[in-house]
Design a binder for this molecule. Structure first.
Ligand code: SF4
Ligand code: SF4
Length: 188
């Protein structure tokens, strides 16, 4: 396994390295992971949970607010470096769900995964899903926020369970210490 931890990490180089490791793992183990008896039903449940979260956010209008903030007001919080909230395991999960990664950062100064229609990946890290800024808190009632948080909880618990199981399987199959699979890249 290649060493990803750099002394002064360059966010673009780091995410490119992680993507390359995820692609390699997908080539070697993707099919086995997708067909794993325990993992397969969890992946289906995860997709349903993502859809339910998206529906709750759509109904509460948070997507529209984020669109106004990012595209019209040219603000938005998907900044450069945040792509490294994605661990190798989250990237590998995206490949397993059919996501193709971009070859380069499309919008300068923004997250590697930002595109014209928003985020290009499906399985997103907890920070991306569970972050609601002041604009949302000012618009939404407490009941709406509680509902979104409740629905999101299923998705995020499943994300943790799936990536933990993927890690256990990879460790069992390779006999390796795959410590870097959970690396975000902010730590030293
Ligand atoms: S979460 Fe807040 S800061 Fe981020 S894009 Fe949405 S409205 Fe903007
Ligand atoms: S939501 Fe997507 S585009 Fe935004 S920071 Fe997270 S991974 Fe990047």
């Amino acid at each position: 396994m290649r060493i990803l931890r750099l002394q002064r990490p360059d966010p673009t180089r780091l995410i490119e390295e992680k993507i390359s490791v995820a692609r390699e793992l997908y080539e070697l183990w993707g099919q086995d992971l997708k067909e794993d008896e325990e993992l397969k039903p969890m992946l289906a449940r995860y997709l349903q949970a993502v859809n339910r979260s998206n529906q709750a956010m759509e109904e509460a209008g948070t997507f529209d607010e984020c669109y106004r903030c990012s595209v019209i007001d040219q603000k938005g919080c998907c900044k450069i470096g945040l792509e490294n909230e994605c661990t190798v395991l989250i990237l590998l999960l995206n490949r397993m769900l059919g996501v193709e990664f971009p070859e380069e950062r499309e919008v300068p100064g923004r997250c590697f995964f930002v595109g014209p229609r928003g985020c290009k990946i499906l399985a997103r890290p907890m920070l991306c899903r569970d972050y609601f800024c002041i604009r949302h808190h000012q618009r939404l009632t407490e009941a709406q926020m509680a509902h979104i948080t409740q629905v999101l909880n299923d998705e995020l618990v499943l994300l943790h369970q799936i990536t933990s199981l993927m890690r256990r399987r990879l460790e069992a199959w390779t006999g390796d210490f795959l410590l870097e699979l959970d690396l975000t890249g902010y730590g030293v």
